[in-house]
Design a protein. Sequence first.
Length: 369
Amino acid sequence: MADHATIPDVFDRAGQTGPDHISRESADWRDIVREAIRDPLTLCRELGLPDNLAQQIAASAVGFPLLIPRTLLGRIRPGDPADPVLRQFLPLTAELQQVEGYSDDPLEERSASPAPGILAKYSGRILVLAHPACPVHCRYCFRRAFPYSVMLKDRTPPQPPHGEFSSGREGPLPRLVRSVTAYLERHPDVHEVILSGGEPLLLDDDDLASWLSELGKIPTVRRIRFHTRMPIVIPQRVTDALVQILSSCPKSLVVVLHANHPQEIDGMVLAAIERLRAAKALLLLQSVLLAGINDSADVLAELYETLAAVGVLPYYLHQLDRVSGTHHFEVAEVRGRAIIQQLRERLPGYLVPRYVREVPGAPAKLPLL
Ligand SMILES: *Cc1c(COP(=O)(O)O)cnc(C)c1O
Ligand code: SF4
């Protein structure tokens, strides 16, 4: 069963606003997170989908619930269950099939954690599970069955539940920051800290500021990297205050965005990325190759061209990790290679991503071409 922390645990439901208010550019990102669609029938009604699809969604989403912020609705074609944005977040009964070769931990990440909240798989960099929840549930997620509660567990009790994860200065966040800084002091060869999750930009500004200031004090840390889907999903998260916090970080910053289809990139997303550029971060994109969504050179070329216009370069195109419930998204590697070849013939070299697969125990992601 999935153990992904869900938003209701993290955000209280006080101060609700109506659905009409929250996809505006001026809306508060916390309201958008809180007001995300969780009810299958609401989703079907809002998008003009047949009501009977709601039953299929409800039956399929067990353990990893439906979660779609309203900011995405305007980027989905109404009445089309095959829409390439909707498909990424739409639970289907195919998820319930047990398929040979698919498991809950294909990357063997559970054994790559030297300390609570830290994954140390590759030389010179560590990945930190900075926030366990996400503002959206991508059905192909490689961490959909991830045991956050186990991975984050401190050996010293008491351990508050996920619900208190980002609340209060004495909660588990300072503990995680301490655990990471202590690890970095013991491992001066680690020069890059990747704040990931879940979704690191669900941390509030104060928590992010403390991460950056604590990491900023460690001389052996050269770079801080974010792996985030937030500027794409909820561009309102990129506030002037956030840009200010990022700008004052003394280390070089890398922000790796996650999007899979050009239809995810609307005017508000482009504006958020423009704001992010003011923080002088290196902006990169990672995507997952997904059947029926972006397994086409046309779609990917448009995605890369659109983002290049705002200074974002493609970094990785990931072959799907074989996590239970995701087999219907898999694209054969031979097809992935053909797509990359076509991209090479059409785009400048810097707009062609590295097509990679994760191999447990390997010293880096494995290039597939
Ligand atoms: C992908 C990944 C990284 C980063 O790898 P890069 O090749 O540096 O982008 C680091 N740690 C873990 C656990 C990862 O999965
Ligand atoms: S945003 Fe990333 S971690 Fe969260 S559900 Fe989507 S793929 Fe998974």
